[in-house]
Design a protein around this ligand. Structure first.
Ligand code: UD1
Ligand code: MG
Length: 399
């Protein structure tokens, strides 16, 4: 076990080295990839710039490709390094299934970018992509129990077997991680920025767990998957940061979400992972009235540019109040989660229901990069609190 632990430690620096090279390669490849995508007709208009310049779209494909090549090249490393079977066959199975799920999601994300798949269809794409992973999970670990929090133990016992519900939970996790990033979007740098903060939170969680003596295999495994992701994302962020020269596309949002779901599932920290998604959970719940069609949902809900000041302002939506949406609107506006701009008989104009618009409602209008920075700061504060909760206070509830 001592040899094993030592070699485990060796994997993390090696993975970091692979990640560094991947980041540099991605950084250099993205402009050329962008020109090719532009040439192939993959383009979008930057809606928050005065002249709406045309930028190449779907550069998540470049980051994802460099990531996958890096991971494929990394596969032999644990086996060459470890003659005493550091990553046993089971681990190799998990590793390849993880990469298969991520590859599949990258492919479906690009398909969505090209074909503009309808919401009712695309909602299920991540559940399809995560199936190989769930299969490997069931034949290897197959654990479907959760530890019950202390106050509920007299009722439910120490462990609760969730059985098939656990698999449903994992599929829902994959759906949530991918789509929740895709709907917290529309401002230069924001899709990649939030993903970088989530990924770094996972890195910190893994390192702290290793320090606290939790079983190393799962956390090292997670680190080897997430470090190269951080690197290619930072490279993409440089090109997508305000004023962006490329768009990341749904391809990147799906790729990022699936990578998080994969490490959460195989690293057995699916619940902790959700703690790193608090802004996305808020944005998802807040968006519900528009996603469910109770309030009309325009094609784009991103904040809008004030051409005179050059700053972003909340984008607005006008709709008819009816008995289904009126109570929701009343409550949201009462608790400060909605600004009403105009009201005319039954017709009302409010901000679009997104976290980005809400930050502008309360923080005042600001330039696009400041909004992206604000969102990343909110995410960082939430995630550091989550790590504190998980590593220092969880023992009170889960002794
Ligand atoms: C999601 C959001 C939509 C938001 C869009 C922006 C929901 C239900 N859907 O839709 O409200 O407007 O993302 O990405 O919440 N764009 C910019 N600047 C950016 C990023 C994107 O102008 O920094 C524009 C470009 O025209 C780009 C397009 O958004 O081509 C990409 O939109 P897309 O990712 O296809 O939208 P959805 O994911 O369907
Ligand atoms: Mg999108």
């Amino acid at each position: 076990p001592v040899v094993l632990a030592a070699n485990m430690g060796g994997l993390v620096p090696l993975s970091t080295a692979f990640a560094a090279v991947a980041g540099l390669v991605a950084h250099e490849c993205i402009p050329g990839f962008g020109r090719l995508l532009l040439h192939a007709g993959r383009r979008g208009r930057d809606l928050n710039k005065p002249k709406n310049p045309v930028l190449p779209e779907s550069l998540g494909m470049a980051a994802g490709t460099v990531y996958l090549v890096t991971m494929f090249l990394f596969i032999p490393v644990p086996f060459v390094l470890e003659r005493t079977m550091l990553f046993p066959f089971e681990q190799l199975g998990a590793y390849t299934a993880a990469l298969l799920s991520i590859t599949c999601m990258l492919f479906l994300g690009f398909t969505d970018d090209v074909l503009n798949v309808k919401w009712r269809h695309k909602i299920l794409l991540p559940a399809m992509s995560v199936l190989p992973l769930l299969m490997i999970y069931s034949v290897t670990s197959g654990r479907t129990e959760v530890v019950v929090p202390l106050p509920l133990r007299p009722l439910l016992g120490h462990f609760l077997q969730l059985g098939v519900l656990y698999y449903v939970y994992m599929a829902l996790l994959a759906i949530f991680c991918t789509h929740s990033i895709n709907i917290l979007a529309g401002v230069n740098g924001v899709e990649v920025g939030q993903s970088v903060v989530v990924a770094l939170s996972i890195v910190l969680h893994n390192l702290m767990a290793l320090r606290h003596g939790e079983p190393p295999t799962e956390h090292v495994f997670s680190l080897t998957l997430i470090l190269p992701f951080v690197a290619v994302s930072l490279a993409l962020l440089r090109h997508n940061w305000w004023p962006a020269t490329v768009f990341v596309g749904d391809t990147y949002c799906y790729f990022a979400g699936m990578t998080f779901a994969v490490v959460g599932i195989l690293g057995h920290f699916g619940k902790t992972l959700l703690l790193f998604f608090v802004p996305q959970i808020f944005n998802f719940l807040y968006s519900m009235p528009q996603l469910l069609g109770l309030v009309s949902c325009p094609r784009h809900r991103l904040p809008s540019l004030n051409p005179i000041t050059g700053a972003l302002e909340p984008s607005k939506v006008t709709f008819v109040l009816d008995r289904r949406n009126a109570p929701i609107i009343a409550v949201l506006s009462r608790i400060g989660l909605l600004r009403i701009y105009a009201r005319n008989k039954d017709e009302i104009t409010t901000n679009n229901l997104t976290l980005l618009n809400l930050l502008l409602v309360h923080g005042g209008s600001m330039r696009e990069d400041r909004l992206a920075m604000l969102l990343m700061s909110v995410q960082t504060i939430c995630n550091l609190s989550a790590i504190l909760l998980r590593h220092h206070f969880a023992s009170y509830f889960f002794p």
